[in-house]
Design a protein around this ligand. Structure first.
Ligand code: FAD
Length: 428
């Protein structure tokens, strides 16, 4: 392959990994045409639909991607599902380079007896609705007064923050107000946070724990024992200090009580059809006991959507690896799809930059041998039932979301893809 003619590059997925990859490639090869496909009409993946609605600072990273898509050679093709609307093989025929950045969007289910009882939810059931990805708000009014939250990472803390916050704590957010109102009509009184790991091995960041301290009217307790011999600069020491200061905060007449239970694992969700309680096991004491719960929310990780047609006949693409992002010269993957559902947005930048280096080396060292002329997106339009949503169309929908924001909200998101498409494709 000659490297002086502009190449056609397809990136599948417009989450942070796909955007960081497009950014890195565009910097080195600004004349290449990069098309970033997404099955959704709106770009940015979990930045838009996963990151908590009260963390707008984190979401604001999309501004640098907006600047990327403003470039003539970087195109967004929304509402195109690779695997369903266009097969991977067809994509590879029309593009010199194809890179997958399709993420791992499905909440992992906690595989213990009773997991299918009514009243057992996953983090995604709440987070995707709060982020207006889905219109379902029924769950929010029926969570009940006593909730058990299973999980010790930052997503569990996002859920905890949601459960204990009040109306005014959402100022400046883009929370789905139907969901919020439904929840705050009957909010929680107690939250028990079960963490299988000890406090020293927990996955949560101390900054996220400290943030909980700014919420009024909450009393925190924790079952962790003191430990003197820790390097005070270690993550474990900072986490302990954050939990200790939450516990030390004096709160008279609290609205809600939060109990952290480290080294404690759920063994069984109890009840006939509906959840009534949870059997737990404490590692340090080896004691088993039952706790009452109106509902349980599990936040125990995310995994690939193995039902997605993109993986049919390509199951290997879901295999997690820390090694190369190269599947073969001309075909790559990056982000959560490659590394598994671990790591924050910045970790995807490093990952995408590494994969970009591999792509650039394969181009420079002539390893991509298919010399046939590539037409990119234009060569595939005849296969599509609908025109892709372009970036300028998305900008139109985005502006409407910003303009429709209620007082104290940064935007009012359109719920559902059809609604976004309608707004993106009409001027008024
Ligand atoms: C609930 C939650 C909260 C989080 N909060 C934070 C946080 O506050 N700060 C932080 O730094 N990190 C946070 N993270 C982690 C962060 O979201 C991930 O590191 C990051 O989104 C992974 O990027 P990705 O591009 O690999 O995947 P994704 O963001 O999931 O993007 C994948 C994209 O691919 C598209 N796609 C999938 N299949 C297809 C297909 N067949 N055809 C076309 N398009 C397809 C999807 O629609 C999506 O847009 C959070 C994660 C979760 C789950």
């Amino acid at each position: 392959m000659t490297t002086d003619k502009p190449l056609q590059i397809a990136v599948v997925g417009s989450g942070p990994s796909g955007c960081f990859l497009a950014q890195a490639l565009n910097r080195k090869r600004p004349d290449d045409i990069i098309t970033v496909f997404d099955q959704l009409a709106a770009p940015y993946g979990l930045i838009r639909y996963g990151v908590a609605t009260d963390h707008q600072q984190t979401k604001s990273i999309t501004r640098q991607f907006d600047r990327l898509f403003a470039k003539e050679n970087v195109k967004f093709a929304g509402n195109i599902e690779i695997g369903a609307d266009i097969k991977i093989e067809d994509l590879r025929e029309q593009f010199d380079v194809v890179a997958l950045a399709t993420g791992r969007p499905n909440a992992r289910q906690l595989d213990i007896p009773g997991k299918d009882l009514d009243g057992v939810y996953t983090a995604a059931d709440l987070i995707y609705s709060l982020n207006s990805f889905r219109g379902k708000t029924d769950v929010f009014s029926t969570l009940g007064e006593h909730i058990v939250l299973v999980g010790g990472g930052n997503v569990a803390l996002d859920i905890l923050r949601f459960l204990i916050k009040e109306h005014t704590d959402y100022d400046g957010s883009d929370v789905n107000d139907d969901a919020l109102e439904a929840y705050l009509g009957a909010p929680v009184k107690t939250v028990t946070v079960l963490n299988r790991s000890s406090i020293d091995e927990a996955k949560s960041d101390s900054a996220m724990l400290r943030e909980l301290g700014s919420i009024e009217g909450v009393r925190f307790t924790s079952n962790h024992a003191p430990e003197e011999d820790l390097d005070e600069k270690s993550a474990a020491a900072r986490r302990r200090s954050a939990v200790d200061s939450l516990v030390d905060t004096q709160t008279s007449a609290p609205r809600v009580e939060v109990a952290f239970r480290f080294s404690t694992a759920p063994e069984q969700f109890l009840g006939q059809d509906t959840l009534e309680g949870i059997q737990i096991h404490e590692a340090e004491t080896q004691l088993r006991s039952e706790i009452y719960a109106d509902s349980a929310i599990t936040a125990v990780g995310f995994e690939a959507d193995d039902k997605s047609p993109i993986y049919k006949g390509h199951e290997d693409l879901m295999r997690i690896t820390e090694d190369s992002g190269r599947i073969e010269p001309g075909f790559y993957r990056t982000g959560w799809l490659k590394r598994g559902a671990v790591g924050t947005i910045p970790a995807n930048r490093a990952c995408a930059q590494g994969v970009a280096k591999e792509i650039l080396a394969d181009i420079d060292e002539n390893r991509i041998h298919d010399t046939a002329e590539k037409s990119g997106l234009d060569g595939l339009r005849h296969r599509l039932a609908e025109e892709p949503i372009s970036f300028s169309q998305w900008v139109l929908a985005n502006e409407k979301e910003l303009n429709l924001a209620d007082v104290n909200r940064i935007r009012k998101k359109f719920v559902g893809q059809r609604d976004i498409i309608a707004q993106a494709t009409t001027q008024n």
